[in-house]
Design a protein around this ligand. Structure first.
Ligand SMILES: *Cc1c(COP(=O)(O)O)cnc(C)c1O
Length: 365
């Protein structure tokens, strides 16, 4: 049996008719740039996340970058985030001209709120929590600290579409919150795309301009902008997939529960604490024997990934920030123990059983 890490072809085989219909409708209208499909998707996103506004942009990375630019974050400012995230979280801070300041994560792989306050300086402008793997960061303490020190909170919800924290969805906590529609995310486009959710009218208006060369209307501008619009084509595709989102998340949650039931004791499984609903963009287990387990699974036709093998503070691009090995012990230890198992919605029970049997076999020998 073969178990790929992800099955995009399978996903699109199932949706092909609907997607082609959406494409035909788009060709008939030909409103390719900021057309009706973008407006429709923005409405859906805002409703789903429980925010007043949503704005379609080019990518999750651009969503983060534009969120910071819209808040005036730039040269000389510091933004706190987690060193175990995908590189884009920190690179977008650097792209905005600010300095990424890392805070170690806890056992839940998200920002450890008890370590935030000691890192705050007069230059700190924002806290950028990541809901890594689709597990919510500890938003209550983070929002409390932010309020006390007058800092912005910007969520990196790229892995957290559908994640809930005490009854509220990811993307509804910060002043500007960022999603990715990259093909590997749960709600995905057939190419790049991103979304920003906000309740703040000023942020909404500013990002509306920033993503469209700074234009305020057809011919006037009062700020320099960028070209970071979400294509109508990608929005039309995501509108189709949106119909399946809750169903897909439910499937992933079922898979996670099944893995947990059969793998707990062999490997450390992710936990879901009270008040959390994890969307399981990833299902990350931990074991001291990670490398050997991964090779064994590969041999047996099971594809796995490591998100992420090199913490951002140890990347060469982060050299000027002055971090060294040992600075973030939890992040570093996890980077040697984590392994992402296949969790996509179209996995069959037979495939799940095969993964479980193979892992069980590995530990028995
Ligand atoms: C995917 C991802 C991004 C970047 O999104 P893109 O759409 O690929 O630019 C940012 N942060 C996290 C945590 C991600 O997983």
């Amino acid at each position: 049996m073969k178990v790929p890490y992800i099955d995009l072809k399978g996903q699109h085989k199932l949706l092909k008719k609907e997607l082609l219909k959406a494409y035909t409708t788009l060709l008939d209208r030909s409103d390719f740039i900021l057309g009706q499909p973008v407006v429709d998707l923005e409405e859906k996103f805002a409703r789903y996340c429980g925010t007043r506004y949503a704005l379609g942009v080019n990518s999750g990375t651009d969503a983060l970058f534009l969120a910071m630019v819209s808040l005036g974050i730039g040269n000389g400012d510091e933004v706190m985030t987690a060193p175990n995230s995908f590189l884009a979280t920190a690179s977008s801070i650097a792209a905005a001209g600010a300095k990424p300041v890392f805070v170690d994560v806890g056992e839940d792989m998200n920002l450890d709120p008890t370590q935030i306050e000691s890192k705050i300086t007069p230059q700190t402008k924002a806290i950028l929590p990541v809901h890594l793997t689709g597990k919510p960061a500890s938003m209550d303490p983070i929002l409390k600290i932010a309020k006390k020190h007058n800092l912005f909170v910007i969520e990196d919800a790229a892995q957290a579409m559908g994640t809930e924290y005490h009854g509220k969805r990811a993307g509804s906590f910060g002043i500007a919150n960022c999603f990715s529609l990259h093909p590997l995310k749960t709600l995905n486009a057939c190419g790049d795309g991103g979304m920003i959710t906000t309740n703040d009218k000023k942020v909404y208006n500013t990002i509306s301009q920033l993503r469209n060369i700074g234009l305020k209307n057809r011919s006037e501008s009062d700020l320099w902008g960028f070209n970071s619009r979400l294509d109508s084509l990608q929005a039309a595709i995501v509108n189709v997939k949106f119909r399946y989102l809750d169903q897909w998340i439910a499937k992933r949650r079922d898979h996670a529960a099944y893995y947990r039931k059969h793998l707990e004791g062999l490997v450390t499984c992710p936990i879901e604490s009270r008040g959390e609903k994890c969307a399981y963009h990833l299902f990350v287990v931990q074991t001291e024997k990670r490398d050997a387990l991964q090779s064994y699974l590969t041999q047996k036709g099971i594809e796995t990934k490591i998100h992420y093998p090199i913490p951002i503070h140890l990347q060469r691009c982060a050299k000027s920030l002055g971090y060294k090995k040992g600075d973030f012990p939890v992040t570093e230890r996890q980077s040697e123990r984590i392994l992402s198992l296949p969790i996509y919605q179209t996995l069959t029970r037979d495939q799940l059983d095969y993964v479980i049997e193979t892992i069980t076999h590995f530990f028995k020998n």
